[in-house]
Design a protein around this ligand. Sequence first.
Ligand SMILES: C[S@@+](CC[C@H](N)C(=O)[O-])C[C@H]1O[C@@H](n2cnc3c(N)ncnc32)[C@H](O)[C@@H]1O
Ligand code: SF4
Length: 383
Amino acid sequence: MTAPLGVYIHWPFCKSKCPYCDFNSHVREGVEQERWRKALLTELEYAAREAPGRRVETMFFGGGTPSLMEPETVSALIKRTRELWDTAADVEITLEANPTSVEAGRFAALAEAGVNRVSLGVQALDPGALRFLGREHSLDEALEALAIARKSFARHSFDLIYARPGQTPEAWAEELERALALAGEHLSLYQLTIERGTKFFAEHARGAIALPVEEAAAEMFERTQARLSQAGLPAYEISNHARPGAACRHNLIYWRYQDYVGVGPGAHGRFTTGDAKRATRRTSGPEGWLAAVEREGHGTAETTDVTGRDRVEEALMMGLRMTDGIDRALFAATAGRDPVEALGDRKLSPLVEAGFLEIDATHLKATPAGQQRLNALLERLVA
Ligand SMILES: C[S@@+](CC[C@H](N)C(=O)[O-])C[C@H]1O[C@@H](n2cnc3c(N)ncnc32)[C@H](O)[C@@H]1O
Ligand code: SF4
């Protein structure tokens, strides 16, 4: 069987920078669309030389705001991907979209280009919260964009951010009910994190904003998990919920430590080459990346081979995010060793006894208590 591959394409531009966001996203006047189209196609061709002979199972246009790409660019990248690799008949092609009216106006053309799944950054179902989060869209625009997405694409999801300053568990529970009434097959629900270098980081540091206390945030997380399970969209990863069979296959490739290539500024790739996983990272600044691609045919900043213990640790960090945990046989195939054997009893037993991990013949997984403290748990495992 041909090894499956995911293709990630990064569009690094946004209309404005949201105060909480530390993604590789930049505001620029007048992006030269044709020049960018050419450069992305050039690096896609380079990626096909990095990981040849695979079957593309998923593509993901992420950002930044890929709904600001010209549909023609999206179409050209999908078409070229199909020429460069064998492509699964049921290939999943996701695009992240911001729900402004301008972008929703492009959904039909994006669907025509081959996008069959859209992930909408709704972020909040409350007008005050949308303003606080610095979003460009109103609540009405988001609802309208959702309705258009439902008509245009076979599959759709939307993102919300909760545990916002001042938000109580009760207020979130109400917002969650509204979300469920609008949801299709998939929802991504993220707890707000304060990231270094963002506007919120500075405001938080000088005490101008405060996150809900830990117990309130934990209660919101627990209520989210319980209510969504009850509604038929259980979590399949810490922040991602889906109806059975409707998980995002592209994200599963990351969490299962399977192979993907990255195209565009700051994009990462991980693909198997012999006994190693090759890790690639492209230059993150948009202008530097563009110049490198035009000069050299790719914007790779770093290539390393991840082997041995590092490979096991990377796979572990990704795999424990999934609710079903790590499939031990799949892990052995992608990371080179059975995880239970590699970690050893001395590390695992205390964490199993404390109720943070569960191990059986086929799986290693974090319990709900373990998932809530995943970073601390991982620190213990990789120490
Ligand atoms: C690549 S980003 C955004 C995609 C798209 N540009 C948008 O804003 O809708 C993917 C998602 O990460 C989430 N996110 C980004 N920064 C976050 C933060 N600091 N805390 C919680 N969620 C965050 C948001 O829900 C966002 O939709
Ligand atoms: S959240 Fe989305 S729109 Fe806002 S800056 Fe980040 S990538 Fe851009």
